[in-house]
Write a protein of this length. Structure first.
Ligand code: HEM
Ligand SMILES: [Cu+2]
Lengths: 534, 306
């Protein structure tokens, strides 16, 4: 591998003005764009969630038409998955990967710009469906046929194209990350020297490239079924609506791991730093991540236990699903073993990381319960499923994104956030999120169906609690916004390694990392000193 | 620029132009499908913007490349990029092949009552499932015999029970097309060998042959569509029609793109853009062409033959 250095005309800094952000090919600029876009979408999707919880505050219909309620749940899910969580992780990857592997920038900088700048267009097309005749799509974020084909409003075609655009963006982003990790690494850095965030993102990229095109295929079939008379999902022409579910979940299950693997990476950085111990079981972490990724391709039909699949298929998908718990368990074990007898302190990033381990594991357990066929016959399409995936996605993926923000914010800005406010915000969020989602387990076990705007009286108490928790959790993001802006504007300048036992090449850069990360690649000695695998 | 320096381009407008182009294209398309008169023109505008973007963007990359700004490492980034792009295309086709296999192995037999017959208690009593299943007309629909469909139908039901040979004969045009595409893979490899040996005239000859074979393939494919359509196999004639046209259609689209790319490469060869050991542009297109070739083999076996 030849040495990676930036060409001569890169020593000057960023351009001035708005066009800087439109034209930029710099991984840090693009990372920031991704992160701010994701944060905006988080607030938009969050606003929809507030609407949902307001309607569910009490039994009976209060605020909106059922059709509009369904539009809100649909758009909430789509915006959060494709607009908030995924772009946020790509943003983190953009910011961090070049710094972590000793590279000057991403491998394909122009394409990097494009993978971001497709997103606002996709988001705008998606959100514009609210204002169309017949309203926004209302068939749930999983857009099952025939709800999304025969019975959907015209705006669905705009939704389809928005998904295509989101897919282009993700695929280009993933290709870029693969090329960067495999080709831009410091020549002295071996694969098993790579930080876990880089490893998890590399593996996530393979998931993206394998899964997103299948989603594109699914929406393309929807498009032709809707407009050109094909019969993919139509039994009167020999097709099958269940085929849609197979194709969707062949994408969908890898997709949930796309949203959680980089989170695993983040947590594997933060816990060693604040436990002041090297990460326990580095290589087992790598292998566990790879096996989770592999398994995620062969378990998709655990979302379809109630579609009348042959019994052999039910059994197979049940056992394969259980298998995923093994590598996931390895990871949780390693995080705990890392903390074991460490001299731990609980700065804000660590609070988020430790609560990630705890709360994500709750979500993992409810996932195991759902993976058991006879149990799932009871739980399927109830609030238990809602509780499950919010534990893994909110207190899993989102938690890691927030943890990463606090952990690397000093490196991005050269400034320290307000620690007291950070802690206040953490406790506010962690308590309210549990008030919000924990009762939903009970609601689901008692049989409350998901995606229905009204419910019978025995569910009233838990729904009230859940809604109140939801409003409190929503409000916590106002404080988060303040903390971040306050840090960028007024934060106290910090050193280049604000966390004294943090390891990683990014901490060897200037306090506010320079515009092009590594113009000369780091030496072997430095790489070894900063390696997680020691 | 030295081997030591990885070229990082400055700000660029091409991506935002591309985003505007593709969004315009899609918004126009959606409106076109919903009957807006202006939809088509907006689509055309979006397409034009996209073409402009591709000329500009690729042109700039070609310029940078011929000016020797790229080093070996940049070249490797392009290689990784192109290979994984092709892999994503493979997965896109896999979705449609998956639909084909599923329909063939599961949904059509189930509709015919296979298994526990849980899906189709008394669907239509005369219905019998067979692959290459065509449109299921409602029982009692009269076929205007000889005009719309020339497939055998169950008397009085309008249910068509086509067999493979009724639909398309794999050993006619499809087999010829297979030979054409396979041959084009060979001629392209000869072109590559000639490029490495530095024989400009031979490269041009073999490239022209490859393009001609690709174009011939497309021509026959259009003829083939004509036959199929006349025989009543349409996009709307049930799941076989759906998978047939979507798979071969997307493949034909990829061949078209491949032919265009090969033509660009031919032009670039004549401009002397490539050297014996530095010609990623050529190789990237060659990979793409071979990928299109392999997809066709899958189509020939699973869509036409079996
Ligand atoms: C320990 C591993 C996990 C297992 C065994 C598991 C199992 C399951 C099962 C069986 C379902 C279907 C429930 C039903 O619809 O009846 C489900 C739903 C879901 N899971 Fe998991 N899961 C696991 C981890 C995760 C992770 C890590 C994520 C995301 C980060 C996730 C996200 C989801 C989502 C979004 C749904 C709901 C999809 C929907 O119907 O809208 N799961 N899970
Ligand atoms: Cu799943």
């Amino acid at each position: 591998m030849t040495t990676a250095t930036a060409s001569h005309d890169d020593h000057h800094g960023p351009e001035k003005g708005l066009m800087r952000w439109v034209k930029t090919t710099n991984h840090k600029d693009i990372g920031s764009l991704y992160l701010w876009f994701a944060f905006t979408m988080l607030l938009v999707g969050g606003a929809f969630a507030m609407g949902i919880r307001a309607e569910l505050l009490q039994p009976g219909m209060q605020l909106m038409e059922p059709q509009f309620f369904n539009q809100l749940t649909t758009m909430h899910g789509l915006i959060m998955v494709f607009g908030a969580i995924m772009p946020a992780f790509v943003g983190l990857g953009n910011w961090l990967i070049p710094m972590m592997i000793g590279a000057p920038d991403m491998a394909l900088p122009r394409m990097n710009n494009w993978s971001f700048w497709i997103l606002p267009f996709a988001g705008a097309i998606l959100l514009s469906t609210f204002f169309m005749e017949g309203g926004a799509p209302a068939f749930g974020w999983t857009f099952y046929a025939p709800l999304s084909t025969t019975f959907a409003p015209d705006s669905t075609d705009f939704f389809i194209f928005a998904v295509h655009l989101l897919g282009f963006s993700s695929i280009m982003g993933a290709i870029n990350i693969i090329a960067t990790v495999l080709n831009m690494r410091a020549p002295e850095m071996k694969l098993m020297d790579m930080p876990l965030f880089v490893w998890t993102w590399l593996i996530t990229s393979f998931l993206l490239i394998g899964a997103m095109p299948v989603l594109a295929g699914a929406v393309t079939m929807m498009l032709t079924d809707r407009n050109f008379g094909t019969a993919f999902f139509d039994a009167t022409g020999g097709g099958d609506p269940v085929l849609f579910q197979h194709i969707f979940w062949f994408f969908g299950h890898p997709e949930v791991y796309i949203m959680i693997l980089p989170a695993f990476g983040v947590v594997s950085h933060i816990i060693p730093t604040f436990a002041r111990k090297p990460l326990f079981g580095y290589s087992s972490m790598v292998y566990a991540t790879a096996s989770i990724a592999f398994l995620s391709y062969i378990v998709w039909a655990h979302h379809m236990f109630l579609t009348g699949m042959p019994v052999a298929a039910e059994l197979y998908f049940m056992y394969a699903t259980m298998l995923i718990a093994v590598p996931t368990g390895v990871k949780v074990f390693n995080w705990i073993a890392t903390m074991w007898r460490g001299s731990m302190t609980f700065e804000t990033p660590m609070l988020w990381a430790v609560s990630f381990v705890f709360l994500f594991t709750i979500g993992g357990f409810s996932g195991l319960m759902l993976g058991i066929v006879p149990a799932d016959i009871q739980y399927h399409d109830t609030y238990f499923v809602v509780a499950h995936f919010h534990y893994v996605l909110v207190t899993g993926a989102l938690w890691a994104i927030i943890a990463a923000t606090f952990y690397w914010l000093p490196k991005w800005t050269g400034r320290m956030y307000n620690e007291t406010l950070g802690k206040v915000h953490f406790w506010w969020a962690v308590i309210s999120v549990n008030v919000l989602f924990f009762p939903q387990h009970f609601l689901g076990l008692a049989g409350m169906p998901r995606r229905i705007p009204d419910y019978s009286l025995q569910f009233a108490d838990f729904n009230l609690i859940s809604s109140l928790g939801g409003f409190a959790f929503g409000a916590s993001f106002i404080l988060l916004t303040y903390i971040v802006i306050d840090c960028v504007r007024n934060g106290k300048p910090c050193g280049s390694r604000p966390w004294e036992s943090a390891k990683g090449l990014e901490w060897t850069l200037e306090p506010k990392a320079q515009y092009h990360s590594f113009n000369t690649p780091p030496s072997r000695a430095l790489i070894e000193a900063e390696s997680q695998n020691s | 620029m030295s081997e030591q320096e990885y070229y990082i381009p400055h700000g660029t407008y091409w991506p935002i132009i591309g985003s505007i182009g593709v969004s315009t294209l899609f918004v126009g398309f959606a409106n076109q499908m919903h009957g807006a008169e202006w939809g088509g023109s907006v689509m055309a505008l979006g397409f034009a913007i996209l073409v402009f973007m591709m000329f500009g963007w690729f042109g700039q990359v070609v310029n940078e490349s011929t000016n020797g700004i790229y080093n070996k490492q940049v070249d490797r980034s392009f290689r990784w990029g192109m290979s994984w792009f092709i892999f994503s295309e493979v997965m896109f086709f896999a979705a449609f092949f998956g639909a084909l296999f599923y329909a063939r192995q599961f949904s059509v037999p189930w509709l015919g009552g296979e298994g526990n017959n849980i899906f189709t208690p008394d669907l239509w009593n005369a219905f019998s499932a067979s692959w290459h299943q065509m449109a299921f007309l409602a029982p009692g629909t009269e076929l205007q015999s000889g005009t719309v469909m020339s497939f055998p139908a169950i008397p009085d039901t309008g249910i068509v029970t086509a067999t493979p040979a009724d639909v398309v004969d794999p050993w006619g045009l499809p087999a010829l097309n297979t030979a054409l595409l396979l041959a084009s893979g060979v001629t392209l490899t000869f072109a590559h060998h000639a490029l490495r040996a530095g024989h400009r005239n031979q490269i041009v000859g073999w490239l022209v042959a490859t393009i001609a074979l690709g174009a011939a393939f497309l021509g026959f494919q259009i003829m083939e569509y004509g036959h199929a359509y006349q025989d009543g196999l349409k996009l709307t004639s049930g799941i076989y029609g759906s998978t047939f046209y979507m798979l071969t259609g997307f493949h034909g689209f990829h061949v078209t793109v491949g032919v265009i790319m090969l033509t660009v490469i031919l032009y670039r060869v004549q401009k002397g853009h490539f050297t014996a050991d530095n010609h990623f542009g050529f190789e990237g297109v060659a990979w793409y062409w071979h990928f299109v070739d392999v997809v066709w083999l899958g189509l020939f076996v699973f869509v036409y033959w079996l």
